[in-house]
Design a protein. Sequence first.
Length: 560
Amino acid sequence: MNEIADTKPSNFIRHIIDSDMTANKYGGHFQTRFPPEPNGYLHIGHAKSICLNFGLAMDYKGLCTLRFDDTNPQKEEEEFVDAIKTDVHWLGFEFEKHLHYASSYFEKLYAYAVQLIEQGDAYVCDLSAEETREYRGTLTTPGKDSPYRERSIKENLDLFKRMRDGEFEDGSRLLRAKVDMASANINLRDPAIYRIRRDVVHHQTGTAWSIYPMYDYAHCLSDAIEGVTHSLCTLEFEDHRPLYDWFLNTIKTEHHPKQIEFSRLNLQYTITSKRKLTKLVEGNFVNGWNDPRMPTITGMRRRGYPAEALREFCLRIGVTKADNSVEMGILESCVRENLNENSPRAMAVLDPLKVVISNYPEDKTEQLIAPNHPQNESMGTREVPFSKTLYIDKSDFKEEANNKFKRLVKDKEVRLRNAYVIRCDEVIKDELGEVVELRCSYDPATLGVNPEDRKVKGVIHWVSAKHGIPLEIRVFDRLFNHPHPDMDKDVDDFTVHLNPDSLITLTQSIVEPSVALAASNLVYQFEREGYFCADSELSASGNLVFNRTITLRDTWVKTS
């Protein structure tokens, strides 16, 4: 047993692996796999599986492969293949030497199917889809044998070859395993092995095949072909495990992996169903798979979530057999902790209010020095220009306020971050009575003075009007306003729980000039406002668009 594994949090999967390794069940070999279907983008639930499979392989000095289960070309695209590769690599895992496709095994899978027919364990069935469902039975009533179940081996071999040759229409025939139509496990009631798909182009094999294997059949055999020892999957496949073992036992493969199920990730205020995420994309409820509100890995990356934070999140939530619902706050906490430690600071005013320093020279500009991180001196400092006209946030001023308001008030003082103490002397309003400008005075002796020696009630951020850079800010909130949007029994459509305020765009914001050349993968803490990063698709030189990655603290009000 690997010593590294002993240092990791224990769980039931590790206990099984430890027992198998101690018993030398697989000759000291350990191998997992991450087997996505390329029919959509990966989401946070897949991140849990990626971290589990690749993480165990590293801990036990084994191997983890990335294998695309590409058996349904009607829903698969090369775009999804490329996106999945990018996501796995971004999360920090290498797979280039161990990249596989189920389609690479199509010839061998076909040969295994022929073997099943020759053994009398598979047959070609002509029932329609509706008839197949009728014959299958229900959870409380057994199924009925297909009238084609006792076809001769010779006839089945002939029909199956003709299926491959493209002689029959789509949906007209299936190759089915001959298991047990009376089984209490409905998955064992003569499941389909091959279906006809003549008029599709496969992203790897083109038009070479007119038939394609079903997932349950291809998956277990691909595991066996690759030498996987422990095949980890979510709990919905627990009832499929007898079929997994039936195929391997009946075909008598040289290698027999062990399937182990764990609970899937159910994250509050979002969904982790690829089918429902596809509905959001295709229904234009969001702006594509990489919309920063989406729980997809690509969406989280665009929003500014660090890969390290996602790995930490997957470690914290652990691995269990029990279904559970993980609070969104756990993920957000992992993101905040990482960004707080690693993000440089800058100042941005999201909702600007003009401030004129009456006693500051008209033509003067100072370059004040500010730390890039309050605790990490190695991140250095930056110059922040200070001039006569500034912007502060509108929420940082009140004409009258009680002592709990520790920002700027008429006839009182406040400290500007990394700069001077100012006093509000005059308030200018428009014809509607809205405050549009403040006239203030500054104390030139307060620059660099210890705040304890010159006490004022608060500190606010600011940006020089002359030097600040305009930017658009996209403020994201949780995509849904219900903790379990796809489990609400009172509604038929989960989209009714979409949060109408999940995206708010601010177009008048301004940021200090040090941020002008920000890379899209660099997340800043805009002081007192939250964490923000340049949008990788929308932001460009001269047109800054920043996404709010996350707030400084959890301010979400639950509305369930």
